[in-house]
Design a protein around this ligand. Structure first.
Ligand SMILES: [Zn+2]
Length: 368
C-alpha cells in the first residue's frame, strides 16, 4: 500500500527580492546536449522561465537546497543556484570557481525595504466555493486549457499568485483573474473563497508564456476495470500514501490508463527481498512497477505486480492495453494495484502526485 522510492527531499525556494548586496559569482552553463532550464524554484517541476544554451554565462547570487539532480554534467547535487533575477538553475550543470557562494538564507545584509518585499512573497489560503460541481484546475487560465484535476467544493487551496485570463462569472465574483496553485495549474478566482487577494504573478513566479500544453485528453480508462479503488490518498493515518489502492486478485490484467510511453519497468524493494515473492507490510518498496508517461505532463504508476511487467521501457502503449498482472510484491498485504497519477511529469514524486480518484472521474474513467 505504501510506496518507498528514492525521492529527493526538497525545499521549494521562496524568492527573496531584490538581490542581496554582495557581488554575484560568474559561472558557465555546461549542458552540451540540450539547453538548461531556468526555473522559478529549486526543482524540475517548478515553472520553467527560459532556457540557457551550453556555454551561457550566468551570475549566481546564492544557493538553496532543492531537488537532487543526479544526471548533470558537472556534479551530483541538490544545490540550486539563484541567479541575479531571482530564478534558479540546478548546480549540477554549472561550472564555477571554488569561491564560496553564500546560502540564500544567509545572504548578505538586506535592506529593510527588501525584507518587506520578501515578506510579501507568501501564499494565500483559499477554499473551493463552487456550490457543488468540482472546480477545474487547468494548465492555463482559460476553460479551453487542458484539464488536470477537478477539486471538490470545500477543497482547501494554496494560492501562489494571480494571472489574468478568461473572464468567468462564478459564485464568488465575476472576474478574469485565475489563481495559480503550487503545482503550476490554474483555477478561476470566480469560484474561490479567500480572505486576501494573492499577489500578481511576477516574472519570477509566472511562466514567460502560457505553457504550450498538449491535451491531457485522449481516452482514459480504468487500469482495473470492474474493481473499485478505496479512498486513501494522503490520509491522516498515512500521509505519505500518494496513490489509490484497487483491491483485486493475483493475475488480474492491469491496463494502461491512457495512451503513452512506458518509461520505467522496475523492481522497487528493500534490499534483501525479491519482487518475485509475495511481499509484506514490513517490506519497503512498491514491488514490480511500471511507469507510463502520457501527453500533457501526466504520468501514471502501477505497483505491486505479481511479476515483471510484459511491456518494455520505451514501448508505446494504447489506452487499455494490458501492461502486467496484479500481485502483492513489495510493501503489500494483499493482491492489489497501487495506482498513482502525477502532473507536470517528469519527474514523479510526492510533490506532484494527485489523488487518482477525482482525476479519473474527471476523465470519464471512474475507479472509485
Ligand atoms: Zn497503495
Amino acid at each position: 500500500m505504501r510506496k518507498i522510492m528514492s525521492v529527493a527531499a526538497l525545499l521549494l525556494a521562496v524568492p527573496l527580492l531584490p538581490a542581496p548586496a554582495h557581488a554575484a559569482q560568474a559561472a558557465t552553463v555546461v549542458s552540451p546536449k540540450r539547453p538548461l532550464n531556468v526555473r522559478a524554484g529549486s526543482a524540475v517541476w517548478t515553472v520553467p522561465l527560459r532556457t540557457l544554451p551550453h556555454g551561457s554565462p550566468v551570475a549566481i547570487d546564492c544557493w538553496v537546497k532543492g531537488q537532487l539532480i543526479n544526471q548533470g554534467s558537472v556534479r551530483v547535487t541538490d544545490q540550486w543556484d539563484r541567479l541575479t533575477d531571482g530564478s534558479y538553475v540546478s548546480d549540477a550543470w554549472i561550472r564555477r570557481s571554488d569561491a564560496p557562494i553564500p546560502a540564500c538564507g544567509a545572504a548578505a545584509p538586506v535592506a529593510p525595504a527588501a525584507v518587506a518585499a520578501a515578506a510579501a512573497v507568501t501564499t494565500t489560503a483559499g477554499t473551493v466555493a463552487s456550490g457543488g460541481t468540482p472546480l477545474k484546475a487547468r494548465t492555463a487560465p482559460a476553460h479551453t486549457a487542458p484539464l488536470i484535476a477537478a477539486l471538490p467544493n470545500g477543497t482547501a487551496l494554496t494560492l501562489v499568485c494571480q494571472q489574468q485570463g478568461e473572464n468567468i462569472a462564478g459564485t464568488q465574483r465575476t472576474t478574469a483573474m485565475w489563481n495559480r496553485l503550487p503545482e503550476g495549474t490554474y483555477v478561476s478566482d470566480a469560484y474561490v473563497r479567500r480572505a486576501a487577494t494573492p499577489p500578481p504573478c511576477t516574472a519570477v513566479n509566472q511562466p514567460v508564456a502560457a505553457p504550450a500544453a498538449p491535451a491531457t485528453g485522449g481516452e482514459w480508462t480504468s487500469p482495473l476495470p470492474g474493481f473499485r479503488a478505496r479512498p486513501g490518498f494522503r490520509t491522516a493515518n498515512n500521509p505519505n500514501h500518494i496513490g489509490a489502492d484497487i483491491m483485486s486478485f493475483t493475475g488480474t490484467p492491469i491496463h494502461a490508463a491512457s495512451a503513452g510511453t512506458v518509461t520505467e519497468v522496475v523492481c522497487n524493494i528493500e534490499a534483501g527481498h525479491s519482487c518475485d515473492q509475495t511481499g509484506s507490510p514490513s517490506i519497503g518498496g512498491c514491488g514490480w512497477y511500471v511507469k507510463v508517461q502520457h501527453s500533457g505532463g501526466i504520468a501514471t504508476l502501477y505497483c505491486h505486480m505479481v511479476r515483471k511487467a510484459i511491456v518494455q521501457p520505451g514501448q508505446k502503449v494504447k489506452a487499455g492495453q494490458v501492461i502486467g498482472y496484479v500481485g502483492s510484491s513489495g510493501n503489500s498485504s494483499a493482491p492489489h494495484l497501487h495506482f498513482e497519477v502525477h502532473i507536470n511529469a517528469p519527474p514523479t514524486g510526492p510533490q506532484n502526485a494527485i489523488d487518482p480518484i477525482p482525476f479519473m472521474r474527471t476523465h470519464n474513467a471512474s475507479i472509485g
